[in-house]
Design a protein around this ligand. Structure first.
Ligand SMILES: NC(=O)c1ccc[n+]([C@@H]2O[C@H](COP(=O)([O-])OP(=O)(O)OC[C@H]3O[C@@H](n4cnc5c(N)ncnc54)[C@H](O)[C@@H]3O)[C@@H](O)[C@H]2O)c1
Length: 352
């Protein structure tokens, strides 16, 4: 048995692969294009591990995917690969359409051809697990109930529109062709190996460098935050027991305004690495808001709990402390990401 993971050198994908081997010896074929967001250094501990096969390649490359499927004959595809940063999608939406829409389409078509030729248990057991986001549901008002799986799709950014499109393709490939799919829509993740362009790691690395901590608008945008390994366990639960064609929302029951997240990070840094110049919160700087910035996301994660018994293991207090401690213990990782040196990792470690 083998699974094929796409995007397994990114933030969540690499946490998923590392986490997978804590509870399973089932091999993982990891297909990742190593865009700026892919960092093989995250998987350095697996370098000589025969259970992990890394393939640098593009999910839009149909011939490559066909070849990987016929060589490794995975029992499941877990599809993380995506362009994932909202700000980048505003400045350059083309890459998001290509990877998130065309890439998912290519993967679905390759999976359909592979799965159609399977028989018996191999066919009935095959899964295509699509990893998506709560951002497809749009923005909530302060007193709206949290997003349920039945909410209408109202994506507002090029990123969320491209993810919504990919969710619709996955749904249609199940409905039309019977492809055995499951989809998870998760809230904001945080934890180790998070690229420092996203809120929490950006605040940590900027604070440690004595740089301003940029907060969009009034900082009152609310998100639900989930520790990344809880997302990984939610995916494993849905992959193992989810009903075909269904979607499952995954969330942390933890709504927080961005400014409160930043203040919590500052307080933890004050405790763990005090700055002689004064409390880190002095660096908070409000900047012009992102265009079309969604005001509030919140997740109703009752379905995955009721049907599959999943709940997050971490509270925000335990998860954010672990995260800040990880960044303090791994400052070299952050500095190689910031300097761009992480991109030389493949050639250094794998001789080109
Ligand atoms: N980060 C979050 O908070 C969050 C929340 C919910 C859902 N998601 C979803 O989870 C998935 C992973 O998110 P992430 O934060 O780890 O993203 P990320 O940007 O950190 O990683 C994406 C990975 O995909 C790879 N990739 C990009 N284009 C590719 C292509 N054309 N072919 C092959 N590989 C390619 C990149 O090299 C990178 O390793 C995405 O689908 C995202 O929409 C993310």
């Amino acid at each position: 048995m083998t699974i094929l993971v796409t995007g397994g050198a990114g933030f969540i994908g690499s946490n998923f692969v590392l986490d997978w081997f804590k509870s399973s010896d089932e091999p993982v074929v990891n297909l990742d294009a190593l865009t700026y967001a892919g960092n093989l250094e995250n998987l350095a501990s697996l370098k000589d591990d025969p259970r992990h096969v890394f393939v640098q390649g593009d999910i839009c490359d149909r011939a490559l995917i066909d070849q990987l499927l016929s060589t490794h004959r995975p029992r499941a595809i877990v599809h993380f690969a995506a362009e994932s940063h909202v700000d980048r999608s505003i400045h350059g939406p083309g890459a998001f359409m290509r990877t998130n829409v065309e890439g998912t389409f290519t993967l679905l078509e390759a999976a359909r051809a592979f799965w159609s030729a399977l028989e018996g248990d191999a066919k009935s057991g095959f899964r295509f697990h699509h990893v998506s986001t709560d951002e497809v549901y749009g923005s909530l008002k302060a007193d709206d109930p949290p997003f349920a799986e039945t909410n209408a799709y109202e994506p507002n950014s090029p990123y969320s529109a491209s993810k919504a499109a990919s969710d619709h393709l996955v749904r249609a490939w199940h409905h039309t062709y019977g492809l055995p799919v499951v989809t998870t829509n998760c809230s904001n993740n945080y934890g180790p190996y998070h690229f420092p362009e996203k809120l929490i790691p950006l605040m940590i690395v900027n604070a440690l460098a004595g740089k301003p901590l940029p907060v969009y608008g009034d900082g009152q945008q609310i998100r639900d935050w989930l520790y990344v390994t809880d997302h990984c366990s939610g995916i494993r639960a849905v992959l193992a027991g989810g009903t075909l064609g269904e979607t499952y929302n995954i969330g942390g029951w933890n709504e927080q305004a961005n400014i409160d997240i930043v203040k919590t990070v500052c307080a933890l840094l004050d405790e763990l690495r005090p700055d002689p110049a004064g409390p880190y919160a002095r660096l908070i700087t409000y900047v012009k808001d992102r265009p079309g910035h969604d005001r509030r996301y919140a997740i109703d994660a009752r379905k995955i709990e009721r049907d599959l018994g999943w709940r997050p293991a971490e509270t925000f207090e335990t998860g954010i402390r672990k995260t800040v401690q990880w960044y303090l213990a791994n400052e070299e990782w952050s500095s190689r990401v910031l300097s761009g040196a992480y991109r030389e990792w493949v050639s250094k470690q794998y001789g080109g």
